[in-house]
Design a protein. Structure first.
Length: 629
């Protein structure tokens, strides 16, 4: 099922995009490096019938979200037609350009990942040979020096004109091989321990030093503005553009908007390694700062100029080295900055250093200065790929009961034995039908050999990273909004050598996936009250499932609240911490009374009735407080 829709660049197609659909939706996309080529045409397909209000993701999903938000902002200027053509504009080798100091490491990384120069996935002996060949040809100077040092005995013997015996030859050959291995490992270790940290913990910075479009960050920045329909006097695209829906001159401030009133609510996840936690972008706290010299290595000149233009001018970090500036308010933060902070795939793309002010008593710390009577310390934080903490934040736009659908695009793999996708793209896509469950992707772990060790620890890392996201995939109210796009081992991921044919295949697959999940929500598939003609859509059913799942968790929540309130008597035990102000105490008392009344009312029903309420839909869920990111 390959897409046959024409690119809407003709006049009639362009006029069609001027009209916003009546239906609205949110969209969440999973990270996956080059698998992000799936998203542009998927978003265009969803945009035919829905207006994007909330859109987000992590890593490659953040890239897709940024482009989708820009296209919605520029809908009237044919932004989605521009988005549709994006996969044809990709040159992955130009976008992922290593720095001179890390140039030898990129082919080595791809060899260890198992990808050939033509984008074909290799494994077993072929991969081993490819790794050795890459090390030998890319680290040739180190290899030659190692051979010379290791084979010094043979060299000395031949120089003296003596023909050594076979044992001497074997010993010399082994020493030469050992010398080669040691020299190559030393050179590789130097690159990983010196060159990579010196390049902000990455092989590629993503910045074209010549100011062109050969770097990933430059390429994205230019196309974000183009898709959004912003002119040179209006860019770069900022979050406030999306929230207000208005283009303004680049010198003018943009303002924040309540979440419920935002025209397009773009969100993405970045991971702060220094604090071991994720952050939702854009960063909102005024305690975050950046070093202009360091960031100039990561962002284009026009982006740096925008950062400087809207950075608050109050005096900070007096005498601090390096000199620091506050990040702009979220509305004035360029979208490319948040996107770049979310896509910093470890080792491949440089991390983004951000400074923060930490308040408190830090004793005689040399990095501590006085700021307005408070003691503050400036600490350097490293932000990297959002997928480390949440690669598929399907919960990003959740509410107790939804007023519009969330379409979540998940990425998965075929069994390792399937080398090619099915001819019909619809067979490469899975989604929950009639409240069914899509099982989590199964990871087979070898039980013998070196692959058993690497496979086990790879599964440990994947589980630590993805357990929270994966636990939602079978949960009612989540599973029925997710469409899974499957890929073979040669498609997407770290395959920077993907051929255009493969990119086109993945783009078409994303378009088909969007069509199927949109039809699932739009078409009448369910009878009213379980009988009669089909009159209820998948969206009607989804809302009902969300309501039933919420009600299933309420008795346990209410019971726990009542027991805690009975034990602690919070209603009568006021303390000086966080005192109520104005009428807020009356509101708290009203909520407490209603929760207690609801809990008492639930206790009046028999166990069978409560079981009918709480046992389905399954698996069961709980209601709990969680921090915002």
């Amino acid at each position: 099922m390959t897409s046959t829709r024409a690119v809407p660049t003709q006049l009639a197609g362009a006029e069609a995009w001027l009209r916003k659909p009546r239906a609205k939706c949110d969209v969440v996309m999973k990270g996956g490096i080059t698998s992000g080529v799936i998203y542009p045409r998927a978003l265009v397909e969803l945009a035919r019938t829905h207006e994007f209000r909330g859109i987000g993701g992590s890593s490659a999903g953040a890239i897709g979200a940024a482009f989708g938000a820009a296209a919605e902002f520029g809908r009237a200027k044919n932004g989605f037609a521009e988005l549709y053509t994006l996969p044809k504009q990709l040159n992955l080798k130009e976008l992922f350009r290593p720095e001179p100091s890390t140039r030898v490491l990129l082919p080595v990384l791809l060899a260890f990942a198992g990808f050939s120069n033509k984008g074909v996935k290799r494994g077993g002996p072929a991969q081993f040979v490819a790794i050795i060949w890459t090390l030998a040809t890319r680290l040739w100077l180190a290899g030659i020096l190692g051979l010379l040092v290791g084979g010094s005995l043979l060299i000395a013997a031949f120089l003296l004109g003596r023909m050594p015996d076979p044992l001497f030859i074997v010993t010399g050959a082994l020493l030469a091989l050992l010398g080669w291995v040691v020299a190559v490992l030393v050179r590789l270790g130097w690159g990983l321990t010196r060159s990579v940290p010196g390049n902000l913990f990455g092989i590629c910075r993503g910045l074209d030093p010549d100011g062109g479009e050969r770097g990933l960050t430059n390429w994205m920045s230019v196309r974000l503005d183009r898709i959004a329909g912003l002119g040179a006097d209006e860019g770069p695209l900022r979050f406030g553009h999306l929230w207000t829906g208005r283009p303004v001159l680049k010198e003018h401030h943009l303002h924040d908007v309540d979440v419920a009133d935002r025209k397009v609510d773009l969100r993405m996840i970045s991971t702060c390694l220094s604090w071991a936690r994720p952050f939702e972008m854009p960063l909102k706290a005024r305690t975050f700062l950046y070093d202009p010299v360091e960031w100039a290595k990561l962002f284009p000149k026009d982006v740096m100029a925008s950062l400087e233009r809207f950075s608050p001018t109050d005096e900070i970090a007096a005498g601090h080295v390096p000199s620091l500036r506050r990040l702009p308010e979220p509305a004035d933060l360029p979208v490319i900055v948040a996107t770049r902070m979310s896509l910093s795939f470890p080792l491949l793309i440089s991390a983004v250093p951000v400074w923060s002010m930490v308040y408190g008593d830090h004793g005689d710390d040399a990095d501590t200065v006085s700021a307005g009577g408070s003691v503050v310390r400036y600490v350097k934080l490293w932000f990297t790929d959002g997928g480390i903490a949440s690669n598929f934040p399907v919960h990003m736009f959740d509410s107790p009961l939804p007023t519009r659908p969330t379409f979540a695009i998940n990425l998965g793999s075929f069994p390792a034995s399937q080398a090619a996708p099915f001819p019909d793209q619809a067979d490469n896509v899975s989604y929950a039908k009639d409240n069914a469950t899509i099982p989590n992707t199964y990871r087979e772990i070898p039980e013998q050999g070196f692959g058993a060790v690497t496979g086990f620890f790879s599964a440990v890392f994947a589980t630590a990273r993805d357990w929270h996201d994966n636990s939602l995939l079978e949960t009612p109210g989540y599973r029925d909004r997710i469409v899974l796009v499957r890929q073979t081992t040669s498609e997407g991921g770290l395959n920077l050598n993907m051929q255009q044919e493969t990119i086109d295949e993945l783009s078409d697959r994303g378009e088909v996936a969007a069509t199927l999940i949109a039809e699932q929500f739009a078409q009448k598939r369910y009878p009213r009250a379980g009988r009669g003609a089909l009159s209820r859509t998948g969206w009607d059913n989804h809302r009902w499932v969300r309501y039933r799942a919420l009600m299933a968790g309420m008795p346990a929540f209410l019971g726990a609240f009542q027991r805690g309130e009975d034990a602690l008597k919070m209603g009568s035990g006021r303390l000086p911490s966080y005192p109520f102000e104005g009428d807020s105490e009356q509101v708290a008392d009203l909520i407490t009374e209603n929760l207690r009344n609801a809990a008492s009312g639930v206790e009046g029903f028999d166990e069978k009735t409560l079981d009918n309420l709480t046992k389905t839909p399954g698996p069961p869920t709980v209601i709990r407080r969680v921090p915002t990111l």
